[in-house]
Design a binder for this molecule. Structure first.
Ligand SMILES: [Zn+2]
Length: 265
């Protein structure tokens, strides 16, 4: 889905530009409650994707799911890899900055580059799950969605040597059945509060930086990509170029950057 009028093929509607007030410590219980609510009624069951897709609303009602965590900290996350061209460049840029991040991997991509998945883990980054294939789970049956999660988790774990603890669905779409599948697999769903729109052919390091800073950054979760498997070819180069620019701005604001494990616990 390149060049379409919609946003990114892998992501839901953009987060609001106005920073939301930070919430207190976020427990794992919040997203579990969503699952329980989903079980409780068909309306909420079907409303779950819409709820997940509304940035300000989900931040207020479900801060943990949105990725709202420790104040003064920024969780840095990358979707769609590992990618033989993009991921090594991202890893190198992160090493230069002394940053650790969370990589939401696809099972299919990890199968193509198992050594790279292990390299991400060996460099101290968190390995998380983005699914097996890059499907919109609204277009899959609950059973197909469950199969995708199980297969993706197994493939990412086999390639990286790490059991993923976090899950972010393609397109940011969460349904009741997907939440239940994730819970059964011990995966905690996390979306994002800021993104760089780095999938676009027109993206530049400056635009990626500006887009990230336009979202909720302090205490939030930043979404970037370490692959162009669903983005404009070579779009990841803008992401690589944006990292030092972001480091300068975030450092000036006194914000620490790290993986989700440092952010939401
Ligand atoms: Zn994606």
């Amino acid at each position: 889905m390149r060049g379409a009028a919609v946003a990114h093929p892998s992501q839901a509607p953009a987060p609001a530009r106005a920073p939301a007030p930070l919430s207190g410590p976020v427990g794992a219980g919040r997203w579990r409650r969503v699952g329980l609510l989903a079980v409780g009624g068909a309306v909420v069951w079907h409303a779950a994707p819409a709820l997940a897709g509304v940035g300000p609303l989900r931040r207020r009602l479900l801060p943990g799911l949105a990725g709202v965590g420790r104040p003064g900290h920024v969780a840095l996350t990358f979707d769609d890899g590992p990618d033989l061209a993009a991921t090594p460049a991202i890893l190198e840029a992160l090493a230069r900055l002394g940053w650790r991040a969370t990589f939401f991997m696809l099972g299919e991509m990890a199968c193509r580059a198992p050594g790279l998945a292990a390299e991400v883990a060996a460099a101290g980054h968190e390995v998380a799950l983005h699914g097996d294939a890059h499907h919109n789970l609204l277009r899959r049956t609950p059973s197909q969605a469950g199969d995708d999660l199980r297969r993706g988790r197994a493939r990412v774990a086999a390639a990286s040597g790490r059991e993923p603890a976090w899950y972010r669905p393609p397109y940011g779409v969460l349904t009741g059945p997907v939440l239940l599948h994730a819970a059964r697999l011990g995966l905690r769903p996390v979306l994002w509060t800021a993104w760089g729109r780095d999938w676009r052919a027109a993206a530049t390091p400056a635009s990626v930086t500006a887009d990230v800073l336009g979202g909720m950054v302090a205490g939030g979760t930043v979404l970037l990509h370490d692959s162009d498997c669903t983005s404009a070819p070579g779009a990841w180069r803008s992401t690589v170029g944006a990292l030092p620019l972001l480091a300068e701005r975030l450092g000036r604001a006194g914000l620490r950057v790290g993986p989700l494990g440092e952010h939401l616990r």
